[in-house]
Design a protein around this ligand. Structure first.
Ligand SMILES: *Cc1c(COP(=O)(O)O)cnc(C)c1O
Length: 367
C-alpha cells in the first residue's frame, strides 16, 4: 500500500463537476441562482419524496430559517440534543431563541424522548431532532411526532448527516418534521463546498422559506416587501456541482454502508472499540463513529501510522460558548470516548484493513 496519509474525511469531486461548471460559464449566466438551482432543488425533492425543496447557503442558516418559518421567536425555548454539531443550537440562538440541551440515547445518539418530555415547559415551542449519523431514535419517529403534536410543538429535523437515510416506514429522514434540513458542507455525503437544503410538504411554509431567503420579496426580482427577509441565496456554480453530486449519491450510499460493515467485521471482538446501533437496511452511516478506550493515545498512535481521526462533538452544555449546568451522562461519555475513524467515501478496502490492523496492534489484539 502506498504511504499517503489517510484523512479522516475528504470531499470528492470529479471531472463531471468541473465540466458542468465550464459548460455553465460558457453560457453567459448571472451565476446567481436560477435554472440549475431549480434543477438541484427538484432532484433533492424527488430523492427525499418531499413536495418542496428550498436551497440556501448552508446547513446552519437552513435551520435558522426553518425555525423562523415554523413561527419560533426570540425567548422561545427550543429543545436540542446535547450531542450535536454546535450549529444546531446556534441556529436558533442567532435570533434570540433559547436552546435547551437534552441528553441523547446511548445506542443512537439521537434525543432521548423521556428526557425531552421532562424538559418541556410552557415556553417550549419546538424540538430540533438531529438524526445523528443518519440514525433515528429508538422509540421510533412516530413517538416524536405524537409528542410534538400533543404539546403543540414544531418538530424540525436537522438531517444534515442523513441524506440517503430512511425511517423504517419508508419515509426519507427529514420528512417527518414540519421542515427537514440538510447540509452540503465539505464533509457531508455530497457537497457543494457550502450549502443547505430545506424540505417540506407544507405549501405555506415553503412560500415563507422562499421569502425569508430573498429579502422578503413578494415576487421574483421585485422590490416590494411586505415581510422581513434576508439574503441566504444559493449560486448556480454550487448548483452545477450539486447536480453532479446528486447523480453520485446512490453509489456513495452503498459504499458508506460497505465501509461500516468492513470496519465492524474486522473490529468485532476488540473489546476496547464499540460501535453504535446502525440500521444498515434503512440508514447510511455518514461517518464511522465509535467509542474507544484510551482515546488520546490511540489517536496519536494512529496519527503516527499515517491515519487521521477526529474527536466526536464534546457535550454542548460544557462548551465555553454556552456553559450551562446539567447532568448529561451519555453526551459526556461521548466527549471522553467518541472517535471518528477514517470515513471518506473514497477509502479503499485495503486502507480500511490497514486502519483496523493498526487499531488491533494498539490494543495488542492478535490480527
Ligand atoms: C454539518 C451540520 C450542520 C451545519 O451545516 P453547515 O452546512 O456546515 O452550516 C448542522 N447540523 C448538523 C447535525 C451537522 O452535521
Amino acid at each position: 500500500m502506498n504511504n499517503e496519509f489517510i484523512m479522516q474525511m475528504r470531499p470528492l469531486f470529479g471531472e463531471e463537476e468541473k465540466k458542468a461548471i465550464c459548460e455553465y460559464m460558457d453560457e453567459d449566466g448571472f451565476i446567481t441562482e436560477f435554472k440549475r438551482t431549480e434543477k438541484f432543488e427538484q432532484m433533492i425533492a424527488e430523492y427525499t419524496g418531499a413536495k418542496h425543496c428550498v436551497v440556501v447557503n448552508n446547513g446552519t442558516i437552513s435551520l435558522t430559517l426553518a425555525a423562523m418559518a415554523a413561527g419560533i421567536k426570540s425567548d422561545d425555548e427550543v429543545i436540542v440534543p446535547n450531542y450535536t454539531m454546535i450549529a444546531t443550537p446556534n441556529s436558533v440562538k442567532m435570533f434570540g431563541a433559547v436552546p435547551v440541551f437534552v441528553d441523547v440515547e446511548p445506542d443512537t445518539l439521537c434525543l432521548d424522548i423521556e428526557k425531552v418530555k421532562s424538559a418541556i415547559t410552557e415556553k417550549t415551542k419546538a424540538i430540533i431532532l438531529v438524526s445523528a449519523n443518519g440514525r433515528y431514535p429508538k422509540p421510533g419517529i412516530n413517538a416524536f411526532e405524537k409528542l410534538a403534536s400533543d404539546n403543540n410543538l414544531a418538530l424540525i429535523e436537522d438531517a444534515a448527516q442523513s441524506l440517503g437515510s430512511y425511517y423504517p416506514d419508508g419515509r426519507h429522514i427529514g420528512k417527518a418534521g414540519v421542515i427537514g434540513s440538510f447540509s452540503f458542507s465539505a464533509p457531508k455525503i455530497i457537497s457543494t463546498g457550502q450549502g443547505g437544503a430545506l424540505i417540506t410538504d407544507n405549501d405555506e411554509i415553503a412560500y415563507k422559506l422562499r421569502r425569508l431567503k430573498d429579502f422578503g420579496r413578494s415576487g421574483g426580482g421585485n422590490d416590494i416587501h411586505d415581510s422581513i427577509g434576508f439574503n441566504f441565496k444559493f449560486t448556480e456554480l454550487q448548483a452545477c456541482i450539486g447536480i453532479e453530486q446528486m447523480k453520485k449519491l446512490q453509489l456513495r450510499v452503498e459504499r458508506k454502508k460497505e465501509i461500516l460493515s468492513r470496519y465492524q467485521h474486522h473490529l468485532t471482538g476488540v473489546d476496547e472499540v464499540n460501535f453504535f446501533d446502525q440500521d444498515l437496511e434503512c440508514t447510511t452511516p455518514w461517518f464511522i463513529d465509535v467509542l474507544v478506550e484510551n482515546r488520546d493515545a490511540l489517536q496519536l498512535f494512529l496519527k503516527e501510522s499515517g491515519i487521521g481521526t477526529r474527536v466526536m462533538y464534546p457535550p454542548i452544555n460544557e462548551q465555553e460558548a454556552y456553559r450551562v449546568s446539567g447532568e448529561h451522562p451519555v453526551s459526556q461519555s461521548i466527549g471522553q470516548k467518541g472517535l471518528w475513524l477514517p470515513s471518506a467515501v473514497q477509502l479503499t478496502d485495503e486502507q480500511i484493513d490497514y486502519v483496523c490492523g493498526k487499531i488491533k496492534e494498539f490494543y495488542e489484539v492478535s490480527n
